[in-house]
Design a protein around this ligand. Structure first.
Ligand code: BGC
Length: 754
């Protein structure tokens, strides 16, 4: 069922209800939003704790239990609107009843990984069309920018578009590490590295919460594959878990102070994430001291007992077998199976998050975001998130006068791929140009959905090359595409792959015969340009014949423009791989996705993450393998040189160096500092990086102080981090494999908590 929202009316109400003084405060706060800490709009943490306690004490039991679950407005299973949800509540992921008499707002949860979503087109905007929002580049594309300050701007943008609709909790923040090159949801996650993911996730949260909307980090934890995720046990050494996926969460929590975390579908070491005491109680709330609340993913709760193991809120409660956190939990409390104090704790945690993020200070749609500014941000991010993998002096392209440019494949005449499938998929401003339901098995059959948005490659390239004749071929027949290639001056292959929630990719190949297409075209036109729109690394058996390869990932609404600008040389590429680009799946710890051969949900499966914390480039270092393109790799049209590399040891690593643009055009570099060896043991860790924009001839001094947890090992028995001391090799380079400079430093042996 669709609810009509009139943005103008909401904006009017919001403005007229503000006095002049309030308006000034809001403007100042909005400007400060770029740099303010994560809880700038709410109470300081201590005050929020005190207030949460005081409010909880005044609540009735019905009010308390009302806060412990959220309901889907339209039940995903029955596709019917739930009568318990207020009639004027717009379609969104989840709604929790507030307590008006105590100033506790309703909680309105919206997906927000790539923008503010509109599930099943259930909301209608003022123009009668599905309510739409700014469609950002996917997490992986954002990860490719290595741009930490930009992540904060993304958070602020998401907050503005959520507030416009009156939504006060975001479900973005995918800091799960990419462990499987075949993972269907990789596109939503930032990277394979805890530091990069932690920083970006933390900044998105900080940007959101600085603007008065609560933010989430997800999916806690080890939700690294989609296959059979409802019955999957992820086995990982708890100490290695702390050094990898949990460290990403920890860094993001410390940086962004999210009000809430979402626990994922799978089990970790034998217990479902959302009912996993050792994970939620001992590690996250205990050792990591997370003060907010943990809510479940949608359909991830299997009993009221989950409350006793650390879950504070059941999400999408209608999807589970029972609404466990209502009657069943009330009974368990009455029977003395769950202490009353735990219910108070759950409620206080939710209230703490409300007060600290300040979402009790406003209600209903607020303001009219500057969509032109949001479009500019999306384009800016796309310019930084496209990775130039290979360039045999083909780019930037200088075509002959009146050239014929062939664009082949991927529906490039219609649009570019908007995003991956599933809960993050956007309803973009201006709508889509192609929308294909791919279908599939079971309840998730409704999810696979390939969406394209204009401008596509043909249109965007024509804008950059107005004198050229652009000819499009659908690529369905390699022979026909090769004939066009032969008579064209330039060939641009536009290769795409659908990826999304619910399904992993069966291999690293491109679907629909596109590898054969690329081979046929590049065989007659060696040196052609390839643009990939995929969510993960692909195998590219034709790559030696290509002159240039650009990985565009899924770039949201502005990607084709950014790619065309890069091809034309108007934008200097600066994206860097946030994941390892393996030569083949055989190089990874698990060449096969566990459980791929069974019907989803038909049996229990188990994945042993034997690589522990040695994820991605760390695994390559441990096994001495060379990937096709290393983590951190990305080419540019200028050149950078590093000098004056000085490293100090002691309690942690402090590295400084100078980076200089020695080429002839402005560009951005991402110098990276790694630990590669600890006392003779091969151990690679990204210790720090910076994204530096430099004009030709310009140089910058960079200093990096390593978070000691990146150097240490976690001692699970003593629950402490431990730096073994002795000699450590520190490397400066443009990626995880290239050594530009190195030094050995001595570190002091020590242990430390948290
Ligand atoms: C996804 C979550 C999402 C939720 C609500 C689930 O299917 O796993 O990431 O936030 O749906 O839409």
């Amino acid at each position: 069922m669709a609810i009509r929202i009139s943005r103008r009316d909401f904006a009017k109400v919001a403005l007229s209800s503000l006095g002049l003084a309030t308006r000034r405060v809001l403007i100042v706060a909005a400007l400060a939003g770029m740099t303010a800490p994560g809880h700038a709009q709410g109470l300081p943490p201590d005050a929020a704790q005190v207030k949460a306690r005081a409010t909880e004490a005044k609540m009735t039991d019905d009010e308390r239990f009302g806060l412990l679950r959220n309901l889907m407005v339209v039940n995903f299973k029955t596709r019917k609107r739930d009568d318990r949800v207020p009639k004027d509540m717009p379609q969104l992921a989840g709604w929790t009843q507030g307590v008006p008499r105590l100033g506790i707002p309703d909680l309105l949860f919206t997906d927000a990984s790539l923008g503010i979503t509109n599930p099943s087109h259930g909301r209608v905007g003022p123009d009668g069309k599905p309510d739409s929002g700014t469609a950002l580049p996917a997490g992986m594309a954002m990860g490719s920018s290595w741009n930490v300050p930009a992540a904060r701007r993304v958070g602020a943008m998401l907050a503005a578009e959520a507030k416009q609709r009156g939504f006060n909790i975001h479900l973005g923040g995918g800091v799960t590490l990419v462990r499987e090159v075949l993972g269907g949801r990789n596109f939503e996650y930032f990277s394979e590295d805890p530091l990069l993911s932690g920083l970006l996730g933390g900044e998105v949260v900080a940007g959101t919460q600085a603007n008065g909307v609560m933010a989430t980090l997800k999916h806690l934890s080890m939700n690294n594959q989609e296959t059979n995720k409802f019955r999957l046990d992820a086995r990982v050494d708890p100490a290695a878990h702390r050094e990898s996926d949990l460290l990403a969460f920890q860094i993001a929590i410390e940086r962004g102070h999210p009000g809430t975390l979402m626990c994922g579908y799978n089990k970790v070491n034998g217990a479902y994430n959302c009912g996993n005491g050792p994970l939620l109680q001992d590690q996250v709330k205990g050792q990591l001291k997370f003060p907010g609340f943990i809510h479940s993913d949608w359909q991830a709760v299997y009993g009221w007992e989950f409350a006793a193991h650390g879950l504070d809120m059941q999400s999408g409660a209608q999807l589970d077998e029972q609404e466990w956190f209502d009657e069943p939990l009330r009974r368990a409390v009455a029977d003395g199976k769950v202490p009353r104090a735990r219910i108070s704790d759950m409620v206080r945690r939710i209230l703490y998050a409300v007060y600290v993020s300040g979402i009790d200070k406003w209600q209903g749609p607020q303001g009219t975001p500057d969509l032109a500014q949001h479009q500019a941000l999306a384009l800016d991010l796309s310019r930084q998130g496209v990775v130039l993998l290979k360039n045999d002096k083909v780019l930037p392209l200088a075509p002959p006068q009146k050239a014929t440019i062939a664009v082949i494949g991927g529906f490039g005449h219609l649009g570019q791929v908007l995003g991956g499938g599933g809960s993050s998929l956007m309803e973009p401003i201006g709508g889509t140009t192609l929308d294909v339901r791919l279908g599939g098995e079971g309840l998730l059959a409704r999810v696979p959905n390939i969406r394209l948005i204009a401008p596509g490659p043909v249109q965007a390239l024509q804008e950059q090359f107005p004198d050229a004749t652009l000819v499009y071929d659908d690529g369905l027949f390699p022979e026909r595409a090769a004939l066009l290639a032969r008579r064209s001056d330039v060939v641009i292959l536009n290769l795409i792959r659908y990826e999304g929630e619910g399904y992993d990719n069966p291999s690293m190949a491109l679907p629909w015969g596109q590898d054969a297409l690329a081979d046929a075209v590049l065989s007659v036109k060696p040196g052609g340009i390839v643009v990939l729109q995929t969510g993960s690394a692909v195998s590219m058996p034709w790559r030696n014949k290509a002159g240039a390869i650009l990985q565009a990932w899924y770039q949201g609404q502005a990607g084709a423009t950014a790619v065309a600008e890069i091809i034309a040389g108007k934008t200097n590429p600066s994206g860097r791989l946030p994941v390892t680009w393996y030569e083949s799946v055989e190089q990874t710890p698990r060449p096969k996705i566990v459980g791929a051969e069974i019907a989803p949900g038909s049996a229990d499966t188990m994945v042993e993450y034997k690589e522990g914390a040695e994820v991605g480039y760390r695994w390559m270092a441990k096994t001495g393998k060379e990937p096709l393109y290393p983590f951190g790799h990305g080419l540019t049209y200028t050149r950078f040189a590093y000098s004056d590399f000085v490293v100090k040891g002691g309690d942690t690593v402090r590295a400084s160096f100078t980076v200089r643009n020695i080429g002839d055009r402005p560009g951005a570099d991402v110098p990276q500092v790694y630990l590669t060896d600890a006392n003779g043991e091969t151990r690679q860790r990204l210790l720090g990086f910076d994204r530096v924009e430099l004009k030709p001839g310009e140089s910058r001094n960079v200093t990096i102080t390593a978070d000691p947890r990146l150097i240490a090992r976690f001692d699970g028995k003593a629950n402490t981090w431990r730096i073994g001391g002795g000699s450590h090799r520190i490397v400066l380079g443009p990626d995880a494999q290239t050594v530009a400079a190195s030094a050995n430093v001595t570190l002091r042996s020590r242990s430390f908590g948290r």
